[in-house]
Design a binder for this molecule. Structure first.
Ligand SMILES: Cc1cc2nc3c(=O)[nH]c(=O)nc-3n(C[C@H](O)[C@H](O)[C@H](O)COP(=O)(O)OP(=O)(O)OC[C@H]3O[C@@H](n4cnc5c(N)ncnc54)[C@H](O)[C@@H]3O)c2cc1C
Ligand code: FES
Length: 233
């Protein structure tokens, strides 16, 4: 159980929740959250948005029953968190280009923060695409060397990847597929996949995804994969 420190509505349906937690956490990993007894049946996977010793933060969108229950929690309430789970984004020393769409920006904040901590001289460029309203952009602007924002358009229309940059993306599968297709083969591309999850620890096969080398579990083998593993002909 973790105690909620804050749970604020940023814009309608988008919430930021901080809870008490201390432990090792990698960018791109996720926790299984639960604040109910039997209904809904399963805990819900939510990515690490930020972490400082003693404080773990999630950014989430209310889309159904589970996230709606989470949104009603108040400071001091308990929430069950299990994790961190998954492989996370790899640590790189090359320049970084990050592409996020919608609530897919959630794990990219901690990614950019850790990258800049480890590579203060490295360049980090961030592309963020939102359908209607943006959120969390200022935090990226304070950390990244460049932030390109698109609201209501197609963020990949503006994407230009420099030679030597490693690309990391999270968002709707169509966005990640477009990034995977358009980035030159010389640049490495990592994608963070979504799947319905039951256990989060590789035990139920509920999150299986097809890859070039056979079926993989998004919760344990992923959620981060190299583009050629999941987007291939
Ligand atoms: C590894 C991982 C990390 C995630 N990180 C975040 C995050 O940081 N912030 C965030 O807002 N959301 C994140 N999600 C998605 C989040 O888990 C779902 O939105 C949530 O489980 C929905 O639960 P619900 O009970 O509110 O909605 P439900 O009633 O379960 O579903 C509502 C709608 O959302 C769809 N949906 C539900 N779960 C998923 C899923 N796992 N993948 C795709 N579509 C789904 C359903 O098909 C349905 O259309 C993540 C998912 C994964 C797999
Ligand atoms: S969620 Fe159970 S194996 Fe991935």
């Amino acid at each position: 159980m973790a105690i909620i420190q804050s749970n604020d509505c940023l814009i309608p349906l988008i919430y930021k929740m901080s809870v008490d937690f201390t432990g090792a956490v990698l960018p791109g990993q996720f926790f299984m959250l639960r604040a109910w007894d039997k209904d809904p049946l399963l805990s819900r996977p939510i990515s690490v948005h930020d972490y400082e010793t003693g404080q773990l933060t999630f950014l989430y969108q209310v889309v159904g029953k589970g996230t709606e229950i989470l949104s009603r929690l108040k400071p001091g309430d308990n929430v069950e968190i299990q994790g961190p789970y998954g492989n996370g984004f790899p640590e790189v020393s090359e320049d970084l280009c990050v592409v996020g769409g919608g609530i897919g920006v959630a794990p990219l904040h901690y990614l950019v923060k850790k990258y800049k901590e480890k590579n203060p001289q490295g360049t980090c460029r961030v592309y963020l695409g939102f359908r209607e309203n943006s959120y969390g952009v200022e935090a990226f602007e304070s950390m990244a060397d460049e932030v390109i924002l698109d609201i209501g358009g197609i963020i990949t229309n503006r994407l230009k990847v420099n030679p030597g940059e490693v690309v990391m993306t999270c968002g709707p599968e169509m966005l990640m597929a477009a990034v995977a297709n358009m980035v030159p083969p010389e640049n490495k591309v990592y994608v963070s996949m979504e799947a319905h999850m039951a256990c989060g620890i590789g035990a139920c096969l509920g999150c299986t995804c097809e890859t070039k080398s056979g079926n993989k579990k998004v919760c344990k083998d992923g959620p981060v994969f190299l583009r050629e593993e999941v987007f291939y002909e």
